[in-house]
Design a protein around this ligand. Structure first.
Ligand code: SAM
Length: 315
């Protein structure tokens, strides 16, 4: 049996299923199954909108009594701990049995439990016939504070898609230099800064740039924002994200869209583009190939679906 260090559990809305799949591919280079992903790669859950929690595996066994003995042998001592039972696909353990198992675990750990303010949360779960005992690290959702940014914009992206774009563009590598080529009020930049990425922004509209700067400063993030047409940026980046202009406020003709894509393509080898229309032919004109594509469907008040294109330079 192959063993891994971590189990990631996922949670996403049906409209963002494809986006979650794409993000998972670029972070872990594998696919989740039954909303679970086993990996040796350590990722902070709050750096993704879709990871619900990371389980740092302490013990595992196909036999429950063996698992309990192993936990006892470890002599775990924890002041103010909590134990939770996570029910995964295929686990038919009845509620009363689950409660008893939580008690078994509680009695196998030294120290007093604290359900409301735990210092450490342990988790018990069963998947594929194997029992896992682990430390559970939840997505703390503190990044939701970005919804309260002082300057908003009707064309701003949602924060879930913004986080996913950063992970897809950088493959979750914090060392990669990243450009938000049409940064608007900085929705993508906030998520990149939160996760510790090296990002810079650019926008042709001066007021929008000032709004993005105000938003970053509000959360104490620092990043350069250039008030410029993207064609005048000459610095190179390892990846760039383009959230293309659309509709009444930031409308753009096909020529302007190609101008933005072609200008950005000159300063990077990796592009992640968000559009509301099919831009295949425009991408093909840049000498880039489309390596991935996904749809983010309509949700809430939004009247349109978005498309995300992952593009790499043809060699
Ligand atoms: C859809 S909005 C971006 C919204 C942004 N992602 C956010 O969430 O706030 C597109 C942006 O592209 C900018 N833009 C249009 N043409 C540009 C160009 N040639 N160079 C740089 N930015 C440009 C617009 O000013 C607008 O802010």
């Amino acid at each position: 049996m192959q063993t891994y260090k971590y189990i990631y559990s996922y949670n996403y809305d049906i409209t963002e299923g494809e986006l979650c799949k794409l993000e998972t591919k670029y972070i872990f280079n594998r696919e989740a199954k039954d909303k679970l992903l086993f990996s040796n790669q350590k990722v902070e859950p709050s750096h993704s909108a879709f990871i619900r929690n990371r389980l740092d595996i302490i013990s595992l066994s196909a036999d429950y009594s063996t698992l309990i003995n192993e936990i006892k042998q470890k002599g775990i001592c924890s002041k103010g701990f909590k134990v939770e039972y996570l029910v995964f696909e295929g686990d038919t353990t009845e509620y009363t049995d689950r409660l008893q198992k939580l008690r078994d675990i509680g009695f196998s750990i030294e120290g007093n439990p604290d359900y409301y303010n735990p210092t450490t949360t342990y988790a018990l779960c069963k998947y594929g016939g194997i029992w896992y005992f682990s430390i559970s690290i939840r997505n703390n959702n503190i990044w939701h504070k970005h919804k309260e940014k002082p300057c908003s914009f009707s064309n701003s992206l949602g924060i879930n898609i913004a986080k996913a774009l950063v992970n897809i563009a950088t493959k979750a590598n914090k060392e990669k230099t990243l450009l938000d080529a049409c940064c608007g009020v900085g929705t993508i930049m906030l998520e990149a800064c939160f996760a510790g990425h090296k990002i810079e922004g650019c926008d042709i509209n001066e007021k929008t740039c000032n709004n993005a700067r105000e938003n970053l400063a509000y959360f104490n993030y620092t990043a350069n924002i250039y008030h410029s047409d993207i064609k005048d940026i000459s610095k190179r980046y390892e990846a760039a994200i383009i959230d293309l202009p659309y509709n009444l406020f930031t409308s753009a003709t096909d020529n302007e869209i190609s101008h933005i894509i072609e200008s950005t393509a000159k300063i990077t080898d990796r592009l992640v583009i968000v559009s509301i229309s099919d831009i295949t032919s425009l991408i093909n004109n840049t000498g880039f190939k489309i390596s991935d594509y996904c749809n983010v469907s309509k949700s809430g008040k939004r009247k349109f679906a978005r498309k995300v294109w992952v593009c790499e330079r043809n060699n």
